[in-house]
Ligand binder design. Structure first.
Ligand code: SF4
Length: 286
């Protein structure tokens, strides 16, 4: 399992997404950032986050510094808008960032920009295009890796497969659909989520879902992010988990979701032909 050291560089975001906890940023000085980088015991993988990290004037210096410290995989978690400027994208890739998590909220400008409360869709899409073009121009030895992060909201959950269709021509490496909004029930979302996963697979793009436990995603177990990576939010086990065959590999359900919606939707998985593989996979990854 590739575990990333998380470097939160602050910087207020240029989007204003309703449920984002990080949009205001908590800007750190370059010296503070160097100190944080120096404190990481492993120097393999680094994920740079914000707010919007690409809005920092010294972001190229930060990436270069991390590269000099020996980080092999440097990832930028971004709304993708700054990537629409070729000069910026060329510099940041040359400095050493080649993995990009880019957030997108809808298959068109109207839906996307309504959710993130900013002019965003066209810039983000352009950013993806430029990233691919710059990669070709720079003849980088590594291929830029693009993971499109799709936060699932009540406004977009019926359009996840459309987002896949819009992005598919851009040579995307991965989609990660993240259940973000507790205003919708998981049982409402899973059908659409599975459709989107099927669409991505048909397009030969590896899809992940995050925030929906195995009991709701039977048949799609290999696409659950939490099998490969630690959960990004506080999870808790519920009463039915005691009888579930997936309990040894599952951290449970998002606490915020349970507070809002209760536990009636969930039931223990009693048998699955995938269970042995999933247990092995999780054990290999820990
Ligand atoms: S352990 Fe609990 S939350 Fe996880 S899959 Fe089983 S029933 Fe669902």
């Amino acid at each position: 399992m590739i575990i990333y050291n998380i470097l939160d560089v602050g910087a207020k975001c240029s989007n204003n997404c309703r449920l984002c906890r990080y949009r205001y940023g908590n800007k750190k000085s370059f010296d503070e950032i160097k100190e944080i980088i120096g404190s990481f015991s492993s120097k393999d993988n680094l994920k740079i986050m914000g707010g919007e990290p690409a809005l920092r004037k010294d972001i190229i210096d930060i990436v270069e510094y991390a590269k000099k410290q020996g980080f092999k995989r440097i990832m930028l978690h971004t709304n993708g808008k700054m990537l629409s400027y070729e000069n910026f994208t060329s510099k940041v890739t040359k400095a050493g960032a080649y993995l990009f998590e880019i957030k997108l909220f809808g298959p068109n400008k109207e839906m996307n920009d309504r959710i993130c409360e900013a002019e965003s869709f066209e810039h983000t899409l352009k950013g993806v295009e430029v990233l691919r073009k710059i990669h070709n121009l720079n003849e980088m030895s590594k291929t830029a890796f693009i993971d499109i992060i799709v936060p699932i909201y009540k406004e977009n959950f019926e359009h996840l497969h459309n987002i896949v269709a819009v992005l598919e021509p851009h040579n995307i490496d991965r989609f990660t659909f993240v259940l973000t909004d507790t205003e919708i029930l998981m049982s409402q979302v899973v059908g659409q989520l599975k459709n989107a996963i099927d669409s991505a697979i048909e397009s030969k793009i590896w899809p992940f879902s995050e925030g929906v436990p195995l009991c709701m995603m039977q048949g799609y177990e290999y696409h659950i992010s939490e099998i490969y990576y630690p959960a990004s939010r506080k999870m808790t086990k519920i009463s039915v988990c005691k009888k579930c065959i997936y309990s040894p590999v599952c951290e449970g359900v998002d606490e915020e979701y349970l507070k809002k919606n209760g536990q009636e939707e969930f039931s223990a998985v009693k048998e699955s032909r995938h269970v042995k593989d999933i247990l092995n996979l999780k054990n290999e990854k820990t």
